[in-house]
Design a protein around this ligand. Structure first.
Ligand code: Z5A
Length: 216
């Protein structure tokens, strides 16, 4: 049994991760792959409680930047051990809506926390479970924000309420990260149409895994 592949989707709010993950998973299923999807923060009973605190609970307004970092890491540490690593070991492909790069760019770049500390905490949280491929959906912050607000229509949550300058730092953080790890991170132009973005992702997938046979 081959180990499954671990593919993460990253990008700032409204960049189209959920839309593209749905299509990507359908494509993998059509080609015979076993898949599961995860999202962060969340994805386990513990992680969903943490998500609520980070995004919706009134107590979240008192979180310091350091506590916020540790809560994202705690949610991920639980998800890796309870869900992601066991699935990869049984040959299932794991498609993740956000993973450790989100912490690097939001808590490191966006909040301005010490980047070495952020990376150490990330490494501790994930252990050896690192993505085989990361799809970065790159979109300017203003367009992403407009899309996200139009999609939810209701009151923005704690993270969505950050000023636009925060999301500009996040975008730049992602692009810097992609430049430093070009083998793992593929940058996609997310301002393209939904079909156009899906076609770009399919091309990256076929280039990265040209001979992968789902039946073995
Ligand atoms: N966060 C963090 O700070 N640190 C961490 O370690 C982690 C996360 C893991 C999680 O938010 C928040 O936590 C997030 C980062 C922070 N904060 N922010 N902001 P979430 O899980 O609630 O949401 P999100 O990850 O930011 O995703 P999103 O805003 O829900 O958007 P999306 O999934 O990327 O996009 P979408 O739902 O697919 O599309 C949004 C809308 O745009 C929708 O109406 C689509 O139909 C439309 N769309 C999609 N693609 C297109 C194209 N190509 N053209 C036109 N319209 C499109």
């Amino acid at each position: 049994m081959q180990r499954g592949k671990f593919i993460t989707f990253e990008g700032s709010e409204g960049c189209g991760k959920s839309t593209q993950i749905k299509r990507f998973v359908e494509m993998l299923t059509d080609r015979g792959f076993e898949t599961i999807q995860t999202r962060e923060p969340g994805g386990t009973a513990v992680g969903e409680r943490i998500r609520d605190l980070l995004q919706h609970d009134d107590a979240g307004s008192q979180l310091t930047d350091e506590s916020e970092l540790l809560l994202f890491a705690a949610s991920r540490a639980q998800l890796v051990r309870e869900v992601i690593t066991p699935a990869l070991e049984r040959g299932t492909w794991v498609i993740a809506d956000r993973f450790l790069d989100s912490t690097t760019v939001y808590q490191g770049g966006g909040r301005g926390l010490n980047i070495e500390s952020v990376q150490q905490i990330n490494a501790f949280a994930v252990g050896d479970t690192m993505p085989d491929l990361t799809i970065l959906l790159d979109l300017d912050a203003a367009t992403g924000h407009t899309r996200a607000v139009a999609a939810t229509g209701d009151k923005p949550d704690r993270m969505e309420s950050q000023p636009i300058a925060f999301f500009e730092k996040v975008r730049q953080g992602y692009l810097d990260l992609a430049a430093s790890e070009p083998e793992r991170i593929s940058v996609i132009d997310a301002s393209d149409s939904i079909e156009g973005v899906a076609a770009q992702i399919r091309e990256v997938f076929e280039t990265k895994f040209p001979d992968f046979d789902a039946t073995k």
